[in-house]
Design a protein around this ligand. Sequence first.
Ligand SMILES: [Fe+2]
Ligand SMILES: [Fe+2]
Length: 197
Amino acid sequence: MRPLTIKIIHDEHSALAAMLRSIPLLLAEQRRHMTLPDAAGFAALRALLFYVDEFPERRHHPKESQLLFPKLRARAPEIRPLLDRLDEDHLRGERAIRDLEHALLGFEMMGEARRAAFEVMAERYVRAYLQHMELEEREILPLALQVLSPQDWAELDDAFATNKDPLTGHLPEAEYEQLFQKVLRAVPAPLGLGPAL
Ligand SMILES: [Fe+2]
Ligand SMILES: [Fe+2]
């Protein structure tokens, strides 16, 4: 049977990917109409970035870096360089999201003059994030299934089970449920954050 940890990581990745992909879609929509986002548009962008900052940066990545990766380092030394790279991504992630949030504020305050800068930064951030998750799914998770013991999985499943995300359908903790509902209300429905996930 597939360990709960793997399922949670996959679910959180798809939820996060949906959020991330909404950002360039929102931006492209505005550019196509040659408009700047209105107050609701900026609120949607702020909500998406805040969620990415709150949930994955503070909950998802730390569990990978502190729980899963150390076990893999011990059991599969050959994968250490790749784990180093992913750990670095996690470390850099916090700064990157902060910079992006600041760039969004610049766009909101300064308008057109800061649009392109924010678009480029957002595009780069989203691409790097999607690649990071793809790498974990392609290289790390299959290897973990091969080398970790039932005892390892029992420990990980226990820890990951408390790491819940409303978007993935796990029972949410109250504060994340509220945050999730806010993001959902802020982002226009056609962009696909609805129940289809
Ligand atoms: Fe990660
Ligand atoms: Fe991940």
